[in-house]
Design a protein around this ligand. Structure first.
Ligand SMILES: Nc1ncnc2c1ncn2[C@@H]1O[C@H](COP(=O)(O)OP(=O)(O)OP(=O)(O)O)[C@@H](O)[C@H]1O
Ligand SMILES: [Mg+2]
Length: 356
C-alpha cells in the first residue's frame, strides 16, 4: 500500500488521536463480489470493498445505480445472489441477528410512524431493540437534544418538516448505540442549509462515538465534504474508489467541454489524438468531455482543427477537475441529469404514495 492510500488527509480526529490510520484499521464492512439480480436486471454486480472502523464511506451514484440494493444486502433485508459480506465482523446471510444488533439504519424514504410523536417513535424503537428501560429515557433525551428536537418531542411527526424527520431518523438510528450507521441518501430533497446541518451531525456522530458511517448519495458536495473515501457506482458496478482528493487528482490536468453545432465529434477527437494533446475523452450528453494536460495550450488547437474540418463549436469551457468531472467521466452523466432523474423518481413515488 503506498503513502497515498494510507491517507495523508484521512480526517478522523478520534482515530488520529489514537494513532490509527486506514492501513491498520479494523474492518467494519467487507463486501466480496456481492451481487443481486432482479429477474434479468443485475442491480448489484460483483462489488467488493472494505470500510474501516470509524470511517465515513460513501457510495456516490446516479439514480438506479444499485446503492439502496447494496445497503439492503448489508443490513440483512435482502439476500445476495452471489458473493459475501461481513458487517461488524458477522456474515450478513449466516449471522443476520448479530449484524442487526450492531447497526443503525436511516432509510432512503422515511420509515417512522407519522401518527406518533417523535418521542413515541424513539421509545418504540428502543423497546424493539431491547434498550434497557432504565436507560431508554435518558438516551432518548440525549439524542433528541443532539439533533435539536427535544422541544418537538411531543409533536406528531406528520407536523415535522423533511429536515426534522431526517434528524429524528438519525436519532432513532443511533438509539441502540450501533457501531455502524447506514444512511441511504440522508439529505435528499433537503434545502442546502438543512443539508449542511445534517453533515455537521454526521461528523459529530463519528467524532463523539467513533461510529462507522456508510452513506449513499448523489450529491458531489456531500461526498466531498463528508466522506473519507468514495466509491463511484453505476449500473451495479464500482467504477472508482478512493479518497475524493485522489479521485480528482487522478483526472490529470484540465477538463475541456466542447459542444458542437454541426460536424462529427469523433472526427474532432481523432484529429486531437493525432496531435497527441488528449489524455482521454468521453461523450457527456450533447457535449464532449476532453481530458488534457493543459487546457490553455489545447484550446487554440481545438479551434484550428474545427476550422479546418468545417466544424462549428457552439460552446466551449475548461476548468481544473472537480469531483463532478470525475463522476461525469465515469458515469457519462452530469450531476444535473442525475438530479433530474431523482426528481422524476421522487415525483412518481409521491404520486404512488410509496414510502419504502
Ligand atoms: N425490488 C426490486 N424489484 C425489481 N427491481 C428492483 C428492485 N429494487 C431495485 N430494483 C432495480 O435495481 C436497480 C438498482 O436500484 P437501487 O434502488 O438499488 O438504485 P439506487 O442507486 O438506490 O437508486 P436511487 O438513486 O433511485 O435511490 C434499479 O434499476 C431498480 O429499478
Ligand atoms: Mg436508492
Amino acid at each position: 500500500m503506498d503513502e497515498e492510500e494510507v491517507g495523508e488527509d484521512f480526517n478522523n480526529p478520534r482515530l488520529r488521536e489514537l494513532g490509527v490510520d486506514r492501513a491498520t484499521m479494523p474492518t467494519a464492512v467487507e463486501a466480496r463480489e456481492l451481487s443481486r439480480r432482479f429477474g434479468d436486471l443485475t442491480a448489484v454486480d460483483h462489488v467488493s470493498f472494505e470500510v474501516g472502523e470509524g470511517e465515513i464511506f460513501g457510495f456516490l451514484g446516479p439514480n438506479g445505480a444499485g446503492k439502496t440494493t447494496t445497503i439492503n444486502m448489508l443490513i440483512t433485508l435482502l439476500k445476495p445472489n452471489d458473493g459475501t459480506a461481513r458487517v461488524a465482523g458477522y456474515d450478513v446471510v449466516r449471522e443476520p441477528d448479530q449484524v442487526r444488533k450492531r447497526i443503525g439504519v436511516v432509510f432512503q424514504d422515511p420509515s417512522s410512524d407519522r401518527e406518533l410523536t417523535g418521542y413515541e417513535n424513539l421509545w418504540i424503537h428502543g423497546m424493539i431493540y431491547g434498550v434497557p428501560r432504565s436507560e431508554l429515557a435518558a438516551r432518548i433525551r440525549k439524542l433528541l437534544e443532539f439533533v435539536e428536537l427535544w422541544d418537538w418531542r411531543n409533536v406528531l411527526m406528520k407536523r415535522y418538516s423533511g429536515g426534522m424527520i431526517r434528524r429524528l431518523e438519525i436519532a432513532r438510528g443511533l438509539l441502540h448505540d450501533p457501531s455502524i450507521l447506514f444512511m441511504d441518501e440522508p439529505t435528499i430533497g433537503l434545502d442546502p442549509q438543512t443539508r449542511t446541518k445534517l453533515w455537521e451531525y454526521t461528523i459529530d456522530v463519528r467524532r463523539e462515538r467513533g461510529t462507522t458511517i456508510f452513506l449513499t448519495t448523489h450529491y458531489m458536495e456531500e461526498a466531498e465534504r463528508l466522506c473519507d473515501r468514495v466509491a463511484i457506482i453505476d449500473h451495479g458496478r464500482i467504477l472508482a474508489l478512493d479518497k475524493p482528493s485522489n479521485l480528482v487528482k487522478s483526472m490529470g490536468g484540465d477538463v475541456i467541454y466542447v459542444k458542437l453545432l454541426n460536424g462529427s465529434s469523433e472526427l474532432l477527437v481523432s484529429k486531437l489524438m493525432e496531435r497527441g494533446v488528449l489524455l482521454d475523452h468521453r461523450p457527456a450528453g450533447s457535449t464532449l468531455m476532453l481530458r488534457v494536460f493543459d487546457a490553455p495550450t489545447v484550446m487554440p488547437i481545438i479551434f484550428d482543427i474545427a476550422n479546418f474540418l468545417g466544424i462549428k463549436i457552439s460552446e466551449v469551457s475548461y476548468r481544473r477537475p472537480t469531483l463532478e468531472d470525475v463522476f461525469l467521466y465515469y458515469t457519462g452523466r452530469s450531476l444535473r441529469d442525475s438530479e433530474a432523474d431523482w426528481r422524476e423518481t421522487a415525483r412518481v413515488r409521491a404520486r404512488r404514495g410509496m414510502r419504502r
